[in-house]
Design a binder for this molecule. Structure first.
Ligand code: C2O
Length: 529
């Protein structure tokens, strides 16, 4: 294994999309940002230098950060932001992971332009568990606003209403027709990342099938599909056989959102798969993307994802559970006398009715140095009030409580979390991300989770292992993990708008007793608040 050094200079770059220019925050002037390459077991050192007028942090989304929470990146959770003019060296080792992940800013809405791919190759000499591709390509899906995204969210917070939706979707940073040249008769490995802020996306190529081989840097049993579904923060590796002789085929990224009330931009991003040798004037084969409420298409895709494990060789999924948690996730309304719209109230979001309030110093430091008064450890493991979570019309009060609460886990304890979407304002699919771990997705369903009947249907043999899971609209998802990584680990909706509104909490995992079971000491250059 090697040590890989990267320099990430955070700088402004004037960028034009949709005939309108703005100055965006980038790494090294690139949008999307540079790809970080490593091999499994490598140590990665990234020197992030903040040369803009915003506070910055970078998160290595999906990297487990075993004992190195200091390098995880979420602002005010594991570190204070890197202030303008300062720098911070992120230092972590990639343990037991290979595949595609992403890095992104983890403060305010900066990740709209501050993101890029992480490509982790297997250890030297270890092959992929699928046919070796002839070529590999990174495909980053995103969203673009003509306005400055910091203004978009700040105005929304002032008004108390929902922020403006993006103006267009993008593929590798571009909204319009990008032509990509492909050679006939080859196998391409596409490493596809959803870096959008607020939208799950379908991804489809006319006239071609994908073979899905990996999600969130975990291998899956290969399956063929004409259409991928990727939530923000998720990644999907798929093989693409260029089995046509020639021609031009549309590539589309389009919204999946089946909530009844959500306003959505349907500005599908398109690109073209162009066989080398095909004349530019040749007509392009079109494709129809799934409807934005194509729930069945979405479910079929999600249900096809299984890890490589089998009955003989079951996944490492915990078979017994020390902490059995039920988290309701959804929206709510809180009073806001200062809000300029919304009649004295504002939209919020919550987990078990707690709207998370960002502390002014990082939770991990407060935990490590035993600073009192920053957080409390009374995060409720179950809803305080049992109601018909998914009733329509909603039955529960929409009022939430505010707090900076964490849920404490003993080192190495086993955890089951059932995420239950609520209809409190409207049911909606939430892509929930857990830092510091991969989890096994053991079950999911529609309506209210019922432990008596649902638990017996769990897949404990070959559940997919990942770090971000889209909980179905008006339904639930159950996952399990072992709390074998000491630190403070953020759990939140990866729709940036819902994170901002408070759909977030953190687990605090205590140190273990063994020599390699405690958090390493903080680095000297760790930013201070
Ligand atoms: Cu990719 Cu906490 O996020």
């Amino acid at each position: 294994c090697k040590v890989r050094h990267y320099k990430f200079n955070v700088v402004l770059k004037n960028t034009t999309r949709l005939c309108s220019s703005k100055s965006i925050v980038t790494v090294n002037g690139k949008f999307p940002g540079p790809t970080l390459y490593a091999r499994e077991d490598d140590t990665v050192l990234v020197k992030v230098r903040n040369l803009v007028n915003h506070n910055v942090t970078i998160h290595w989304h999906g990297v487990k950060q075993i004992r190195t929470g200091w390098a995880d990146g979420p602002a005010y959770i594991t570190q204070c932001p890197i202030i303008p003019g300062q720098s911070y060296l992120y230092n972590f080792t990639i343990t037991g992971q290979r595949g595609t992940l992403l890095w992104h800013a983890h403060v305010n809405w900066l990740r709209s332009t501050l993101h890029g791919a992480i490509v982790i190759l297997p250890k030297r000499g270890v092959p992929y568990p699928f046919p070796k591709p002839d070529k590999e390509l990174v495909v980053i899906l995103g969203e673009w606003w003509k306005s400055d995204t910091e203004d978009v969210i700040n105005e929304a917070l002032k008004s108390g209403l929902a922020p403006n939706v993006s103006d267009v979707h993008t593929i590798n940073g571009l909204p319009g027709i990008v032509s990509v040249a492909y050679t006939s008769g080859k196998t391409y490995l596409l490493r596809i990342i959803n870096a959008a802020l607020n939208e799950e996306l379908f991804f489809k190529i006319a006239g071609h099938l994908f073979t899905v081989v990996e999600v969130d840097a975990s291998y899956v049993k290969p399956f063929k599909t004409d259409n991928l579904l990727i939530a923000p923060g998720q990644t999907t590796n798929a093989l693409l056989n260029t089995d046509q002789n020639s021609g031009k085929y549309t590539i589309v990224a389009s919204t999946f959102m089946d909530s009844p009330v959500v306003v959505v931009d349907n500005l599908t991003a398109t690109a073209i798969l162009h066989y080398i040798g095909t004349l530019a004037t040749f007509p392009t084969v079109l494709t129809t993307p799934p409807l934005r409420n194509a729930t069945q298409v979405a479910n079929n895709f999600t249900k096809s994802l299984k890890s490589l494990n089998s009955k003989k060789n079951p996944a490492n999924v915990p078979l017994t559970v020390d902490h059995s948690l039920l988290f309701t996730i959804g929206l709510g309304i809180n009073p806001c006398p200062s809000c300029t719209a919304g009649n004295g109230s504002r939209v919020v979001a919550a987990v078990n009715n707690v709207t998370f309030v960002m502390p002014t110093t990082a939770l991990l430091q407060a935990h490590y140095f035993n600073t009192q008064g920053v957080f409390t450890t009374d995060f409720p493991g179950n809803p305080s009030q049992v109601y018909n979570y998914t009733a329509s019309p909603p039955v529960a009060s929409s009022q939430t409580t505010n707090g900076t609460k964490v849920y404490r886990l003993a080192f190495n304890s086993t955890v089951q979390v059932v995420l239950q979407d609520t209809g409190v304002i409207a049911p909606e699919s939430h892509p929930v991300h857990l830092h510091g771990f991969n989890f096994f997705v053991v079950g999911s369903g529609v309506g209210n989770y019922d432990p008596k009947t649902d638990q017996s249907t769990f897949n404990l043999v070959d559940p997919v292992e990942r770090n971000t899971i889209a909980v179905p609209t008006g339904g639930w998802t159950a996952f399990r993990f072992r709390a074998d990584n000491p630190g403070v680990w953020f759990l939140h909706c990866h729709f940036e708008v819902h994170t901002t509104w408070g759909l977030k909490m953190a687990f605090l995992v205590d140190n273990g007793k063994g020599p390699n079971e405690s958090l390493i000491p903080p680095p000297n250059d760790l930013p201070k608040c």
